[in-house]
Write a new protein. Structure first.
Length: 538
């Protein structure tokens, strides 16, 4: 598999850039928007303010300390012979070393692969091989996966272990820092330089990946400002920060000089920390909120510090949203976008009052339009595919020209989502193009059926999808998660069917309803993996 995509830089040796290739890009005459400047600036402005609280280890760091540790890591990696634009993979949970790695790579011009620790070791090996990784930094809890990388990829010459009980074939992270210089790295980093490979959630096979530049990650101002972020905020990063959403909140905290609480999510721990650390902002997916609502400690927690409870990643059912507003915080924000685009639209608490079913308005510097099947722009109220573009958007997938051509066309990112805008520009989502079920020649939007099912008392979550049908072509089918078991399931399926018949046209009513107690299979960002349900029930 090739390890080059098109771009503008060359390796210091004179060879083609291993990430970007050989295309030339005009130099910018303005100041540089590069990620390393976030931390350098915060250190000058807020040197003794707390930057990160590492919940798992109990350590707290100031911006000055974080910056020095990043510089030492950058120097240590340079001492191992790693130079811009070499590729460095890292496998780490939400702990203080994760932002240190991101910013050390940013200052060094090295290109990162933040690895999803939920992947199987063979998948990690395949990704590192495809992207040409030369080193792996990993938390010792993932030592077994790192050992498989070591056995399979001889080109990975450096293994740096974070934490105690490290394997004897690794270099210790703290030892690497202790022997390195705290001075700022002297490396020329440009806006168009690659910063890291981001991996999409994926629904089949290995996740798609794409290269995010320093510019893509530096243009976060409009996104952060949309939440009225200030240096007085306390951010909780509960999203796994191997993905773009988690890094966004790390970068936002640093850019604004706001304190950041890093944790591996658990509902009881999140609730405790909101109270004790006076957290003001946290980004969740609806599943996380449902877990917090079910936690027995919730009624006793003081959560009044929250001023922004922010959601993304999956459909947010109205009943769940209303419970969250009533029992956790009324300051519910919800935003929309792909990992490939960053935030496109935002619904504020005020927007929810005005347009309760909308996902909000485009934020500054983003554009959204609805496209007809022929490519023309749809009228207000007309359903079509949602297209977007923004400074945070990328323009291609890594080593995947076919998928790139499908998604990135004519300067727009084709999201694959169905929706419409009203006269004021408010966006309404109506499901996925791929979730369109055609049964007997009639179009059925899965999201519409899911919304009807979720109104039924006793339904925790559901997914609607198509199964093959000899007569109708496709059969509307649903998996419903409920606490019921045994003989009650047949009766409850009839209750769900009856509720659908009251709300939907007959051809939209599920012809097959499967009940289960276990949660739906989801990606790390909360999207239901419907292909697994099709495989199971098809």
């Amino acid at each position: 598999m090739s390890t080059t995509v098109s771009s503008s830089k060359t390796h210091p040796t004179g060879e083609p850039h291993p990430v970007w290739g050989g295309r030339t890009t005009p130099a910018r005459a303005s100041g540089k928007m590069v990620v390393g400047s976030f931390l350098a600036t915060a250190t000058r402005r807020f040197p003794d303010r707390e930057s990160f609280f590492c919940v798992g280890t109990g350590r707290r760091f100031t911006f000055r300390q974080t910056n020095e540790r990043c510089n030492r890591l950058a120097s240590g990696l340079s001492g191992l012979g790693l130079r811009k634009p070499d590729v460095v993979a890292f496998l780490c949970n939400n702990r203080a070393e994760l932002p240190e790695i991101y910013f050390a790579l940013a200052k060094s011009g090295l290109v990162g692969i933040p690895l999803n620790y939920r992947l199987a070791p063979p998948e990690i090996v395949a990704l590192m091989q495809a992207m040409g990784a030369r080193a792996l930094l990993f938390a010792t809890r993932f030592a077994a996966a790192a050992a498989q990388v070591r056995a399979a990829l001889p080109q990975v010459g450096h293994f740096v272990a974070i934490g105690e009980d490290r394997p004897d074939w690794t270099l210790g992270y703290e030892e690497l820092l202790a022997g390195a210089s705290p001075a700022e790295p002297v490396v020329e980093v440009e806006e168009d330089d690659p910063f890291y490979f981001n991996l999409t959630s994926g629904t089949t096979g290995l996740p798609k990946s794409y290269v995010l530049t320093h510019y893509n990650n530096s243009a976060l101002g409009p996104c952060s400002e949309a939440f009225d972020t200030t240096s007085n905020d306390v951010i909780m990063t509960a999203f796994p920060a191997f993905g773009r959403i988690g890094f966004f909140w790390i970068a936002t905290g640093v850019a604004y000089g706001a304190r950041n609480v890093l944790l591996d999510f658990s509902p009881s721990e999140a609730l405790r920390l909101i109270e004790t650390e006076h957290v003001t902002m946290v980004n969740l997916v609806p599943t996380m909120a449902a877990m917090m609502l079910a936690d027995p400690s919730l009624p006793g927690r003081d959560l009044r510090s929250l001023r922004a409870l922010i959601f993304v990643g999956a459909m947010f059912p109205t009943p769940l949203r209303e419970r969250v507003a009533a029992e956790i915080s009324p300051a519910v924000y919800e935003y929309y976008g792909m990992q490939e685009t960053g935030i496109l639209t935002l619904s504020t608490p005020e927007d929810r009052v005005k347009q309760p079913e909308s996902i909000g308005l485009p934020i500054c510097f983003t554009e959204v339009k609805i496209a007809r099947p022929d490519g023309g722009r749809a009228h207000p109220g007309e359903l079509g595919e949602i297209l977007g573009r923004s400074p945070n958007a990328v323009t291609s997938y890594f080593d995947n020209p076919e998928k790139s051509a499908e998604t990135f066309r004519d300067g727009w990112v084709h999201t694959g989502d169905l929706g419409f805008q009203d006269e004021e520009g408010y966006l309404f989502i109506r499901g996925r193009l791929k979730d369109m079920i055609i049964t007997g020649g009639q179009n059925v939007h899965a999201a519409e059926v899911e919304e009807a099912i979720l109104r039924v008392d006793g339904v925790a979550e559901c997914a609607v999808f198509a199964l093959p049908d000899d007569l109708w072509g496709e059969r509307v089918s649903a998996v419903v998660v409920t606490a019921l078991a045994g003989d009650g399931t047949t009766l409850f399926a009839k209750v769900v069917e009856a509720a659908c018949r009251e709300q939907l046209a007959g051809f939209k009513v599920p012809r097959a309803i499967f009940l289960q107690e276990e949660p739906l299979p989801r990606t790390p960002t909360g999207k239901v993996q419907k292909f697994l349900l099709v495989e199971r029930h098809g």
